[in-house]
Design a protein around this ligand. Structure first.
Ligand code: GCU
Length: 413
């Protein structure tokens, strides 16, 4: 339950017009990215791609493309694969880029290497110890450890799985919605001990990072922006209707990506929780201390100073959500996802939605919706899926329907 006696920084900061907000937005992003996720080293780069396969899939009435995307800097080149499914239509289609947190084969994506093979009780003790190093208390160590590490890796082949809720190709092809996906771990492995070894390496990032240098979430966000450049080149896709979506750790990256890259028309952080859509102040479940105890490589080194000191942050996560305005923001939560904390995710979206009022919209209601219901107010939406921490077909449909309503001009303000 979200605590109520909190001082939450005001996202509008006195702005009364959209023009004033747009200046403030640039300052907010600069400051927030530097402090929390870290910045990409300032090196020129080029993105190129090569389609390795293009095939018609009759049962889906769609085209499947497998592409290799290459990013090049003066320090080298790095290539990762991208899977694409485009419904056959006689008009350009909207599409989403998924930063995929699943993998094709079992990889140490879920567990930092020091924890591999440990029993749940040992993990609980480690979680308690790590968090107490930050002098904060974990509410329920056993439950927290299982939320952090207990979920079994779900295997997903982006090129051949059509009916996985994380990547529901068949359902979305029927809805005329293009799907583009890449494995986050292919862009940069999710392992503190190996960081940097993918894209970050060709930008000159070293093991010892400078205080404001990018962490893995920012690398994944950047990878999704590079993928967007490729998607814009596809003549089947409406380049003004491209969304970025991700779940959990990749929901945090999707939010960062969509907030920074205005080429994305829509953003859906799903189950993104701590350092995603959830307000850090007053949050239950995961905290800034616990997330950095286990995933320090996700963030800028400078962010450690706020572990256990949420109240001292000059911003909160609604600032990042608001940076999406006036484009489409849709936040998704699972009703049983105590670790991500749906109430704090809704509060983040609701407070951020005040910025859309500068563009003539009403903003989200203070009340959370019932489970399996979406709230859509103009360009801002929130839905609460009944169930646990996952990305499911229902979440995708909520995003697609929200984009549809905005395109057709039928979303209430
Ligand atoms: C851990 C982590 C979360 C993250 C999640 C995931 O539970 O604590 O912050 O969102 O992994 O990516 O599934």
């Amino acid at each position: 339950m979200h605590k109520t006696d909190l001082t939450i920084p005001d996202v509008l900061g006195g702005c009364e017009t959209a023009a004033a907000w747009e200046c403030r937005r640039a300052d907010i992003l600069e400051n927030l990215v530097q402090t929390e996720y870290g910045k990409r080293p300032d090196l020129p780069y080029e993105v190129s791609w090569s389609e390795r396969l293009r095939a018609s899939i009759d049962e889906l009435n769609a085209v499947h493309i497998h592409t290799e995307l290459t990013v090049r800097t003066e320090l080298g080149a790095y290539t990762f694969p991208v899977a694409v499914f485009l419904p056959k239509r006689d008009r350009k289609v909207p599409a989403a880029v998924l930063i995929c947190s699943q993998s094709k084969s079992i990889q140490p994506m879920q567990l930092p290497s020091v924890m591999a093979g440990k029993r749940p009780q040992e993990l609980a003790a480690m979680a308690k110890q790590a968090v107490s190093n930050f002098r904060t208390v974990l509410e329920n160590p056993a439950r927290s450890a299982s939320a952090m590490f207990g979920t079994k890796p779900v295997l997903l082949d982006l090129d051949s799985d059509y009916d996985n809720g994380h990547w529901p190709v068949r359902a979305m092809m029927k809805r005329g919605f293009g799907m583009v996906g890449f494995y986050a771990a292919d862009a940069e492995p999710d392992d503190a001990a190996r960081y940097p070894s993918g894209l970050a390496k060709i930008f000159g990032t070293e093991k010892e990072r400078s205080p404001h240098e990018w962490g893995v979430l920012a690398v994944w966000a950047f990878a999704a922006s590079c993928v967007r450049q490729y998607v814009c080149s596809l003549e089947e896709v409406d380049e003004k209707q491209i969304a970025v979506i991700g779940h959990s750790r990749c929901g945090k990256a999707a939010l960062l990506c969509g907030a920074s890259d205005t080429g994305f028309a829509a953003v859906m952080p799903n189950g993104s929780g701590c350092c995603g859509a959830a307000l850090s102040r007053g949050k239950s479940g995961e905290s800034i201390a616990s997330i950095q105890a286990f995933f320090p490589h996700w963030f800028a080194p400078s962010f450690r100073q706020y572990a256990g000191r949420e109240g001292e942050l000059p911003f909160d996560q609604h600032f990042l959500l608001a940076a999406v305005a006036p484009r489409l923001l849709h936040v998704g939560s699972g009703s049983e996802d105590f670790w991500a904390d749906p109430r704090s995710e809704h509060l983040g979206a609701q407070l951020a939605s005040r910025v859309w009022t500068l563009y003539g919209e009403d903003g989200l209601p203070v009340q959370m919706p019932e489970a399996d219901t979406a709230q859509v107010c103009g360009h801002v939406g929130y839905h609460l899926r009944r169930g646990p921490h996952k990305l499911d077909t229902y979440d995708w449909i909520c995003l697609q329907e929200h984009m549809n309503r905005v395109r057709e001009g039928t979303a209430e303000k």
